[in-house]
Design a protein around this ligand. Structure first.
Ligand SMILES: [Zn+2]
Length: 349
């Protein structure tokens, strides 16, 4: 179900006009890539729906011996939850990439599928990586919300296709202490089983987050755990994980990364996994959402390409840095000066 929205066209046209005053060359546009213009059709059918995602994962699994596909649980609506497991060699560091705890934050999963495709390529480069790092990819935790298959009305959503919440209307990224929901319980069983040393939790934020006090829109934001009881060594390794992501993306013309203004809530993945499992964690927020009842959060499809590349680059760079050990020398001093985002609207990671 799609709806065309014209009601906010004037406001969005005004904001678009401001965006045009910023760097004119799209290659230099960083966070200011094309936006949903309020009067366009949102084409979320271009994204992998659940069935297409599962077909893709099974196809990749058949293609490569490096990948074993595991079902680690079921959603409220009974959909299987998939882990793409690229090895558990003893002595290797383990990194886990988690996407789409929020069902409307879709390009994170699209990036993860690209990364899975890369890791099944059987190239020498990939073999060298997988000899040295255990990679676990958990694409789309909130499979029901991503299908819009939920026990509440989505009549006020712009596209009517994707929601943040799971089928019970619960925000899964606030359920990591209570574990009331089958998706979070399944994920925590996975974490207990594999104990990842490093973990990146991928999300999307609004479309208008700005870099510090400037007018420049960001393409993404990052944050390490901030709860006061996180072990100092875990915090330091988390900052190094962020350093690798930041410095890899800084070289890309499309990327502009700010510090995410996140909370100390221990029920959020970024804090919880560091506290409970000693995992070094990083929150990575991408620009814009696939669907929402609040129109300014919606990005539309025209920026999909660079945001999918941004997620892919974060996954590849961190995997490479674990393979060659360079993560242990990663300079964390940039965190002290990295500007926090400024924003007009804020939903929380
Ligand atoms: Zn999110």
């Amino acid at each position: 179900m799609k709806k065309s929205f014209r009601a906010f066209a004037f406001l969005v046209a005004f904001l678009t006009a401001i965006a045009w005053l910023l760097p004119a060359n799209p290659a230099d546009a960083t966070g200011n890539g094309p936006n949903y213009n309020g009067n366009e059709t949102v084409r979320n059918e271009r994204l992998h729906n659940y069935e297409e995602m599962v077909d893709f994962l099974k196809k990749e699994d058949r293609k490569s011996d490096a990948l074993s596909l595991e079902i680690y649980g079921q959603s409220v609506k009974g959909r299987d939850l998939y882990l793409a497991n690229f090895g558990v060699k003893e002595g290797n560091p383990t990194i886990l990439f988690l996407t789409q705890q929020h069902g409307n934050e879709t390009l994170t999963t699209e990036g993860a599928l690209k990364f899975i495709q890369y890791l099944t390529s059987n190239s020498r480069e990939v073999k060298n990586l997988l000899d040295r790092v255990n990679v676990l990819v958990v694409p789309r935790l909130n499979v029901d919300g991503a299908e819009g298959d939920v026990n509440f009305s989505m009549d006020d959503y712009v596209a009517g296709t994707h929601t943040r919440y799971n089928a019970n209307g619960v925000d899964l990224n606030r359920d990591h202490q209570d574990l009331n929901e089958p998706e979070t319980r399944a994920l925590h069983n996975l974490l207990k089983k594999y104990r990842p040393d490093y973990l990146i939790d991928f999300h999307h934020q609004g479309t208008r987050e700005r870099y510090g006090d400037t007018d420049e829109l960001v393409s993404g934001s990052i944050l390490h755990p901030t709860h006061e009881n996180v072990d100092p060594d875990v915090l330091q390794r988390s900052k190094q994980l962020g350093s690798v992501v930041y410095h890899a993306l800084e070289q890309k013309g499309y990327a502009k990364i700010s510090k995410y203004p996140g909370s100390d809530n221990p029920a959020i993945a970024r804090n919880n996994f560091a506290l409970d499992y000693g995992s070094a964690t990083l929150l990575m927020e991408m620009r814009g959402m696939a669907d929402h009842y609040y129109e300014p959060y919606i990005l539309g499809q025209k920026s999909n390409g660079y945001l999918i590349r941004q997620a892919f680059t974060a996954m590849l760079a961190t995997t490479q840095s674990l393979a060659d050990g360079s993560i242990q020398q990663a300079d964390t001093s940039f965190w002290d000066t990295l500007p926090e985002s400024n924003y007009d609207d804020y939903e929380g990671e």
